[in-house]
Ligand binder design. Sequence first.
Ligand code: ZN
Length: 237
Amino acid sequence: MTLSHDKALVLFSGGQDSTVCLAWALQRFAEVETIGFDYGQRHRIELDLRPRIRTALANLDSGWKQRLGEDHLFRLDALGAISDTALTRDVDIAMSESGLPTTFVPGRNLVFFTFAGAVAYRRDAKHLVAGMCETDYSGYPDCRDDTVKAMQLALSLGMDRRFVLHTPLMWIDKAATFALAREIGGDGLLDLVVEETHSCYLGDRSRRHAWGYGCGDCPACRLRAEGWAKWVRECTP
Ligand code: ZN
């Protein structure tokens, strides 16, 4: 693959999707920085895993090690304060009357992109890479392709700088995300994704399954477990 000379900033939470996106970016861009947010999420443990995953990725490939740049971590207490949801409070994870799960933090990804755009501007990064996905998503409107395209336009106009937003997982499911991890970084990356990345909304890392750690019962765990089962069924010999 031809390496672009441009710089990219990856929205990196420490989850499965954003870890695969980070590897995707390291494969393509000469310089890759990461950004993460602490907004009082219940699965805060993912923030502790971020540096470990970055180090493990750098150790997988000498080119990646060279290209992986700074990490930026910001506290967004205000986002936690204004969102009374199952991701930030001890509320049951269920479907609400609006048809959206109670884990929906209104506007979260819009806020993330705005901060990421500001950092990208300052760090002279043209590309923003994020793990939003429409395929087996929970109906979050801020994960939609149209939302991301609108943000690309808004950031480019609002900062008078051309930004390109990439969402490599937008049209693939969780099984294909596991397959993509192996395609990009072989079994080393696949093992890293299973062992080190975190998806469980409840932050449970006491139970280890074939697909990684988690409670096994929340929507994020179920999605990951089903994706793994499908990947094993369809993509392994
Ligand atoms: Zn879980």
